[in-house]
Design a protein around this ligand. Structure first.
Ligand SMILES: N[C@@H](CCC[C@H](N)C(=O)O)C(=O)O
Length: 288
């Protein structure tokens, strides 16, 4: 089958064109494709499937690297849009993409970036995230106050004066399972500066720490604005993988950033001795 590799601020994806919607994409196949050493290597898979929603031609079937399904992916939908235009499946600059969180309008900007109307970000309850302490006795933990935010998928955004770069995000931060029964993406960000900039790291549900998370960046921006006593503005967010811009207005949010296709090729999925799917990369052309 054909595949394309792409990334948005280094949050990377395997795109699988499935124009007839016939691909039976199992969790094991997703795990095999995303494996960094045995597979193509990615944070998630974007199956490009026909949409059943009359408002969009294409449906972004997003899967996390562990094979789980998520409602929405802000970096992924920009890469998905870039693929559709480059493959001649959509004509820009503006069109809708169907996702499990609903329709999302994407705009290919003249400077090469892509803007997504991400819809409203909805605040939930205040809660805490627990991470291993990097100082102090082995096994000690640090608790960070945060707030639940729904961006189509669940987030816990923690604005903190601690050194975000020093946090141990090698394991999933502890969280309240009653508030987040389906798991949660957890963001840690510095308080916004006067000119509305911040730095953010994220541990993603189903993928671990990633270099960037688009929905998490939107959640972080609205949490940062609220902590600064604001409800709207344009926030510049620096993630380990690059810079994203979030527009927050009274009714919706927007996310702007790069969307890059890296390589394309052919891949075969099959059963391995362990009974899980393995893959054979038949051919790959990279455009770095
Ligand atoms: N990286 C994505 C979010 C992907 C889904 C997330 N891990 C979840 O399970 O909700 C983004 O850019 O938004």
């Amino acid at each position: 089958m054909e595949y394309v590799l792409g990334h948005g601020t280094e949050n990377d994806f395997v795109l699988l064109p499935d124009p007839d919607g016939r691909l039976d994409l199992t969790p094991a196949a997703v795990r095999a494709l995303c494996h960094r050493r045995r597979g193509l290597g990615a944070d998630g898979v974007l199956r490009v499937a026909p949409s059943e929603d009359p408002g969009a031609a294409w449906f972004m079937d997003y899967r996390n690297a562990d094979g789980s399904i998520a409602e929405m992916c802000g970096n992924g939908v920009r890469v998905f849009a870039r693929y559709l235009v480059e493959a001649g499946l959509a004509s820009g600059p503006e069109f809708a993409v169907a996702t499990r969180a609903g329709l999302r309008t994407v705009t290919l900007e003249a400077d090469g970036e892509v803007t997504v109307d991400m819809g409203p970000a909805r605040f939930g309850a205040e809660s805490t995230a627990i991470v291993p302490s990097t100082a102090g006795p082995v096994g000690s933990v640090t608790s960070f106050p945060g707030v639940a935010i729904d961006v189509g998928n669940p987030h816990l955004a923690c604005v903190t004066t601690a050194d975000v770069d020093a946090l141990d995000l090698t394991v999933a931060p502890g969280h309240d399972p009653q508030l987040f029964p389906h798991g949660v993406n957890v963001e840690f960000l510095s308080p916004l500066t006067d000119d509305l900039t911040t730095s953010l790291r994220v541990h993603e549900r189903g993928s671990g720490e990633t270099r960037s998370c688009g929905t998490g960046t939107v959640a972080g921006a609205v949490a940062g604005l609220r902590a600064a006593g604001l409800s709207s503005g344009t926030v510049r967010v620096t993630t380990p993988g690059g810079v994203l811009r979030v527009g927050v207005g009274p009714d919706t949010t927007t996310l702007t950033g790069p969307a890059v296709l890296i390589a394309r090729g052919e891949v075969e999925l099959g059963d391995s001795a362990e009974g899980t799917y393995a893959y054979t990369r038949v051919a790959q052309t990279a455009t770095l």
